[in-house]
Write a protein that binds this ligand. Structure first.
Ligand SMILES: [Zn+2]
Length: 451
């Protein structure tokens, strides 16, 4: 698709290819014997130069070194729009819904992340786990401790990953050891971290108020001022996840029209702001998010696990609200994009108050790759295989288990093939994860952690 340029480190990858023909549309294309060509460009980033059928493209690159994976399929690396790395060890903790879960499991655990050595051990395990599941970019919460950001960023930089994270802002209704005891200091720490990490290599910073109830109006407005000062940093938070939470927000912020409006009044709603859950929005909220370019991180395994509710796809589409998929580990129950896509299908079928819909398999896959990248304002950079995209991809083995092999062999359409993998798949489907043209060794990773 793109003529050969004078580039170093040209590399070919021959296998099946799965990609989206436009950055912002869920039209998938599958080539059974394809060639992907990558090269390191002048800025040091390895990008995709060309892709297409092997028989057509190979002749244009006569001396190309080619890695050949017969029977496997190259697909975009998955993008996780909302995940908490410090909750890696909270996954699968039982609780009576969101607020008790935070109080009994999450908050006590997050206190440990003031210790860099502890944070580093969890970060390394977390990134290994993302790689095993084929997730190559994530918009990630750290904790209230600036050290938790430094450790995460340094590890992502070492691995050449495109990752975004931020120090959590929470200066009230939080336990000692997690609460920002000095609001002005918490905002200065945020600015310092932006200057230290945002835009360094492939790293990005996200201004990260935990959620409205755990920040004073002063902290929220301070965060909004920083957001105006740094228009290309991300903003991430939670909104409208749970009915008890919403009642609490409206008591704390009686002037706000809605939970979402609390963030809007603090100038925290804009392009590059990503809000997890967005279950109990009304149409005014949805239209407002669409109007300013804010997006939703749909977290279906978390919403099902905590009994929070169901994201309303039909109303979101009608309002033009953009969204993508997220694991929300540790409220979510799996790092696996396959489990998340499967849960998203289930949630859309269950929508309350209107007829359920059946999301197309291509659309589910898009929500966790190119669609999630678009929701992060990273179209054309990650989440797809089009020329110009950065060379982060997965290599799928559709025969990874006896049942997958049997089922995928019987499918007749691309939609059937993708859906069989969505419903039956897990990390065994990921034969390789490739980051920046380097195959990550995901087979040898066994944690030695002992609590
Ligand atoms: Zn979350």
């Amino acid at each position: 698709m793109r003529p050969e340029k004078t580039l170093t480190n040209l590399q070919g990858w021959r296998a099946g290819l799965l990609w989206f023909t436009q950055a912002e549309q869920p039209q998938a294309r599958h080539e059974t014997d394809g060639l992907l060509v990558t090269a390191r460009e002048a800025d040091g980033i390895v990008r995709i130069q060309a892709l297409g059928p092997y028989r057509e493209l190979a002749a244009q690159y006569p001396d190309l070194p080619v890695t050949h994976w017969p029977g496997l399929c190259i697909a975009p690396g998955f993008v996780d729009l909302h995940i908490h790395y410090p909750q890696t060890d909270v996954i699968g903790s039982p609780a009576e819904g969101l607020l008790p879960w935070l109080e009994h499991y999450t908050f006590p655990h997050e206190k440990h992340f003031s210790q860099p050595a502890y944070a580093h051990e969890v970060t390394a395990f977390f990134m290994d786990e993302l790689m095993r599941h084929g997730v190559t970019t994530a918009l990630c919460f750290a904790t209230a401790h600036p050290e938790s950001v430094d450790v995460f960023m340094a590890e992502a930089q070492k691995r050449h990953l495109r990752m975004v994270t931020g120090k959590v802002l929470q200066d009230r209704h939080s336990p000692d050891g997690l609460r920002d005891t000095d609001t002005a200091l918490s905002l200065r720490q945020t600015e310092d971290l932006i200057r230290r990490w945002h835009g360094v290599d492939r790293l990005g910073y996200a201004i990260t108020p935990r959620f409205a109830p755990t920040s004073t109006p002063k902290q929220l407005h301070g965060a909004g001022e920083i957001a105006q000062q740094f228009p290309d940093v991300w903003i991430q938070s939670h909104v409208a996840e749970n009915l008890d939470e919403i009642r609490w927000v409206l008591e704390l912020f009686p002037e706000a029209r809605s939970y979402l409006d609390v963030y809007d009044r603090a100038n925290l709603l804009r392009q590059r702001s990503v809000y997890a859950h967005c279950i109990y929005l009304d149409d005014t909220d949805r239209r407002r998010m669409a109007e300013v370019g804010a997006t939703a991180a749909v977290s279906p395994t978390s919403n099902l696990f905590l009994g929070s509710g169901f994201f309303n796809y039909a109303a979101s589409d009608a309002a033009g609200l953009r969204y993508g998929l997220a694991s929300d580990v540790g409220g979510g129950t799996s790092f696996s994009p396959f489990h998340t896509m499967h849960a998203a299908y289930t949630v859309a079928r269950q929508s309350v108050g209107h007829p359920g819909i059946s999301l197309a398999p291509e659309h589910l896959w898009w929500q966790h790759t190119a669609g999630a990248a678009a929701a992060m304002d990273l179209s054309g950079q990650v989440g797809n295989l089009l020329p110009g995209c950065e060379a982060d991809f997965v290599v799928l083995n559709p025969k990874a288990t006896p049942l997958l092999a049997r089922r995928t062999a019987q499918t007749e359409t691309l939609a059937e093939w993708l859906f069989a993998m969505i419903v039956l798949g897990d990390e065994r489907l990921i034969a390789h994860t490739v980051v920046q043209g380097q195959t990550v060794n995901i087979a040898s990773q066994v944690s030695s952690f002992s609590p």
